[in-house]
Design a protein around this ligand. Structure first.
Ligand code: T46
Length: 146
């Protein structure tokens, strides 16, 4: 399944060891991200017990980062499912095209940042699970009309 974590640099400034100065994570598009970044959005203030997502993308690639707090991301196709916990601002989750995703267990004040390979295009979404499964089976069989 084309979804995996990406570790970014986690720079802890030690200029002054008496006083913690925090962490800095640089992300360089050409180097750290496996696609050209065309859009950035973020999800905040998610009420308790909310589950978001419930869709797949035909073409879109994304990297998700939880900048504050924690969130779980389930990524699946009809054959396999993986659950990723994002709770470290220096770790991203790459999700390739054609995978169903659900985001849940948002901690209070969680901030989910998303780097995306395309501008927002509703036609790229498959929001019905049955339609998605039919699409995924066709892809698995190598139907290139998708
Ligand atoms: C994804 C997960 C991780 C826009 O107008 N522009 C945008 O760039 C986006 C992302 C959304 N929207 C609109 C479309 C809906 O009316 O914002 C509303 C909420 O979007 P959606 O229900 O798709 O949100 P999530 O959290 O279920 O999914 C989002 C992304 O849409 C999706 O691509 O992979 O985050």
């Amino acid at each position: 399944m084309n979804a995996h974590k990406i570790e970014f640099q986690d720079i802890v400034d030690i200029k002054n060891e008496d006083r913690p100065m925090g962490h800095l994570t640089p992300i360089e598009g050409d180097f750290d991200i496996p696609f050209e970044i065309r859009r950035i959005y973020y999800i905040t203030r998610v009420p308790e017990h909310t589950i978001r997502g419930f869709h797949a993308h035909k073409e879109l690639e994304q990297v998700l980062l939880c900048l504050n707090g924690a969130v779980k991301i389930s990524v699946s196709d009809p054959f396999c499912k993986q659950v990723f916990v994002l709770d470290d601002p220096a770790t991203g989750l790459y999700i390739g095209p054609g995978l169903w995703r659900e985001m849940y267990d948002f901690s209070p004040a969680a901030v989910l940042l998303v780097l995306a390979s395309q501008r927002y295009e509703e036609a790229d979404y498959i929001r019905d699970y049955r339609t998605y499964c039919e699409y995924a089976y066709r892809l698995e069989k190598g139907d290139s009309n998708e």
